[in-house]
Design a protein. Structure first.
Lengths: 280, 288
């Protein structure tokens, strides 16, 4: 407990060093101050993650357990969502393409949309909603009930056991979920195409892969690692640093989802800029 | 412990499926880009590639057989396009094959279209350069289209002027269509024509009658003339017979008279000869 307190005070000391004195003195509770405090705390938390992740001992069993909970348990939700997204996107796009007599372009257009953007972004948002809030709420409740302190007392590094495993699991599982979501989305699109006409499976997927290139697939998959990392680290940060008792659990879960979703869009925007930079 | 193992198996299945789907995606995309096939390189030099990009399709007889691997500027007027083509199609591409840049559909991507070449020629080889045809430039089409539109505009303005003139009754067609007096004239002409045609009809019927009458009178005269002619010819025939007998008779008496005359003349000339001989010898006519 004492160690934990000292650690907290050390964190706060670091924060005090990073935050400009003028801000904290002028208006300690102002939005700007709170924002920059949050940013510095998150940066410190992230740095600590990178320090801990390479340091033994490695919590493989917990990593596998978390991967199961974060990855496998999300397949059904992500799969159904992606299927519906593919189906809806196809049905909604059809009339516009039909106006130009370009219905045959439907598989190609939907495939590029799903692989490049809809698959990664929608899956990451659902992931943030399900996993980010879960991690935030779980760690916050552990924090409130002093389980984290208890772990520290028992000699286990709570950051390594709780945070590193969850963040790693989120980072590694989201790309797999996105790939599966892409597959489900394309299948949904295939069903959508066949609602109004008849296109064979072979022709549909032939057109899909005819329209896709490596520069569509790779940047989309690479950015999902960052999405997963953002969801894991923000969820963990919000939960690990929660306060205000049981009320803080809800707040941590809520702010984890909101902040993670925002981060997903910011990362997406940066990824698109970088991708277009390399493609042009 | 048992549940933990089950979870691990499920996680393993999930990870395998995810990685498998990713690998399949890479395979199918790579297959399209000839990544897992035996390929050969062909290049072509164009003046203008018209927006062709690396990765665009290469088509042979309408089939995608390869992709554009690289596009590079050779000089200020030429661009080199390197293509990666499926090895199995090499036997169909001859040395005189021609590459041109086309469009996939009306608004689609740019593609390279290769026409295979003539049958007798040798197969194309790796790193060969094919002949190229310059693509149709959209700007040129638009310029041509602009000229056409300008011409059409001129034609329509002319047509507009002409129709205006027609409407205001100017010119031959205008007067024809718009002048009411002309229509009245035409109408009166038609009435006159109608009346004239009635008169003509009557005249023709009178003429028919006249001709009919004339025909009947003429026939009678003709008949009588023929009869007269017949009689005359019969008379003539009789006359000729009489004439012939007359001639024959005349010929007989004249011949006789002529013979006697000739005999007389012969006897006379003989007597005259004797007389002349006697006279020659007479002294009275000496000196003559």
């Amino acid at each position: 407990m004492k160690e934990k307190s000292s650690e907290h005070s050390e964190d706060q000391h670091h924060e005090a060093e990073i935050v400009p004195e003028t801000f904290s003195e002028a208006a300690p509770d102002s939005i700007f101050n709170r924002f920059f405090l949050e940013v510095s705390s998150l940066a410190t938390f992230t740095l600590r993650f990178f320090k801990e992740v390479f340091k033994p001992p490695y919590e493989f069993n917990e990593l596998i357990s978390q991967s199961f909970l974060i990855g496998y348990k999300s397949v059904s939700l992500v799969g159904i969502t992606a299927f519906i997204m593919g189906l809806v996107l196809t049905i909604q796009s059809r009339p516009t393409l039909a106006k130009f007599g370009a219905e045959s372009w439907l598989p190609a257009m939907v495939a590029v949309s799903i692989i490049r953007e809809i698959g990664p972004a929608i899956t990451a948002l659902i992931f943030a909603g399900k996993v980010g809030s879960g991690i935030g709420a779980e760690l916050a409740s552990m924090n409130v009930t002093e389980q984290i302190d208890a772990m520290q007392v028992s000699g286990t590094n709570p950051f390594k056991f709780l945070v590193v495993t969850r963040v790693l699991a989120a980072t590694l599982m989201l790309p797999l979920l996105v790939v599966l979501a892409d597959a489900f989305g394309l299948f949904g699109s295939f069903v959508g195409v066949n609602v109004h006409g008849h296109v064979s499976t072979y022709l549909f997927f032939s057109q899909v892969f005819q329209s896709l290139q490596f520069q569509d697939l790779f940047p989309a998959v690479v950015k999902t690692f960052f999405f997963g990392f953002a969801v894991g680290i923000i969820g963990s940060y919000k939960g690990y640093n929660s306060s205000e008792g049981t009320e803080g659990v809800g707040k941590a879960a809520n702010s984890a989802v909101v902040f993670a979703s925002l981060m997903i869009f910011i990362i997406d925007m940066v990824a698109v800029q970088i991708t277009s930079l390399f493609q042009s | 412990m048992k549940k933990d193992t089950g979870n691990k198996i499920k996680l393993g299945i999930f990870i395998s499926l995810g990685i498998g789907a990713f690998i399949l995606g890479i395979y199918f995309i790579g297959q399209r880009q000839q990544l897992f096939r035996s390929t050969f390189h062909v290049s072509g030099v164009f003046q203008d590639v018209g927006g062709l990009q690396e990765g665009n399709n290469v088509r042979l007889s309408g089939i995608n057989v390869g992709t554009v691997e690289n596009i590079s500027m050779v000089s200020d007027t030429s661009v080199r396009v390197d293509m990666l083509i499926d090895e199995s199609t090499r036997k169909f591409i001859k040395k005189d094959a021609v590459a041109k840049i086309g469009t996939e559909g009306l608004m689609g991507n740019r593609i390279v279209i290769i026409t295979p070449g003539t049958g007798g020629k040798a197969e194309i080889e790796d790193n060969d350069t094919v002949k190229t045809v310059q693509p149709i430039n959209l700007d040129e089409i638009l310029t041509s289209l602009k000229n056409t539109i300008d011409n059409t505009s001129n034609i329509t303005s002319d047509l507009s002027r002409i129709t205006g003139n027609i409407q205001s009754g100017k010119g031959t067609i205008g007067r024809l269509l718009m002048d009411p007096s002309l229509a009245q004239n035409v109408e009166s002409t038609l009435i006159n024509l109608n009346e004239g045609s009635v008169d003509l009809k009557q005249g023709l019927s009178g003429l028919n009658i006249l001709i009919g009458d004339a025909q009947s009178g003429f026939a009678q005269n003709f008949d009588s003339t023929l009869i007269n002619l017949k009689e005359s010819s019969a008379n003539l025939r009789q006359g000729s017979v009489g004439l012939r007998s007359l001639i024959e008779d005349a010929r007989g008496s004249v011949g006789q008279n002529f013979d006697s005359t000739l005999i007389n003349l012969k006897e006379g000339t003989a007597g005259f000869k004797i007389l002349m001989d006697k006279a020659k010898r007479s002294w009275l006519l000496w000196g003559f």
